[in-house]
Write a protein that binds this ligand. Structure first.
Ligand SMILES: [Fe+2]
Ligand SMILES: [Fe+2]
Length: 187
């Protein structure tokens, strides 16, 4: 079976839809984790470290291994090739990406410490809330500053490559949400 070449306008729409869907899925996962912290604190129940471990490992691994890598290697690289206008913004965003694995290691270590009594659950909760806040802010900046710039300067061939990368390098569970327009916002 031969596949039809993709329409350039649709490639841009698909690429933006993929990025937005992954942002929304990550935002929802972070909100769920922070909600669990609130439940533990409000009801003074014994936290289940395994639940946090599994959820956090899944979302952080997905974002670091797929989403941020696709942004770095395709979206950011294409923007740098087309304009110097975004250099400062891209440096900040890429710095955030680079900090992700270290942040996750700190979270994992702090969480593991709650099992042995080396750290308090509140230490982990504070760190997780900070991680979630920073990630949500990162996505807000991408949605409100980076995406409009990309829409303005990138060419059809750029979008084709970005769309392909996001469609091929995605987690079938995490990246499969339907897309609603607009940047990620918390009520
Ligand atoms: Fe990013
Ligand atoms: Fe992103």
């Amino acid at each position: 079976m031969t596949s039809r070449p993709l329409d350039p306008v649709s490639a841009r729409q698909r690429a933006l839809a993929s990025i937005e869907a992954e942002h929304k899925a990550f935002d929802a996962a972070l909100a769920g984790l922070v909600g669990q912290l609130g439940f533990v604190r409000a009801h003074a129940v014994r936290p289940d470290p395994g639940l946090f471990e599994r959820s956090l490992t899944y979302v952080a691994t997905f974002m670091d291994r797929f989403h941020h890598r696709n942004e770095d290697e395709y979206l950011f690289k294409a923007l740098r090739a087309r304009t110097r206008e975004a250099d400062g913004l891209l440096a900040d965003l890429q710095h955030d990406h680079a900090r992700g694995p270290g942040f996750f290691r700190d979270l994992a270590r702090t969480l593991a410490g709650t099992r042995t009594g080396e750290t308090r659950f509140d230490d982990f909760a504070d760190l997780l809330e900070r991680y979630a806040r920073e990630q949500v802010e990162h996505m807000r900046i991408e949605g409100t500053e980076l995406v409009p710039l990309a829409q303005r300067v990138l060419k059809a061939s750029d979008w084709q490559a970005i769309d392909t990368a996001f469609r091929l390098n995605r987690d079938p569970l995490f990246g499969g949400l339907s897309v609603v327009s607009g940047p990620v916002r918390r009520p």
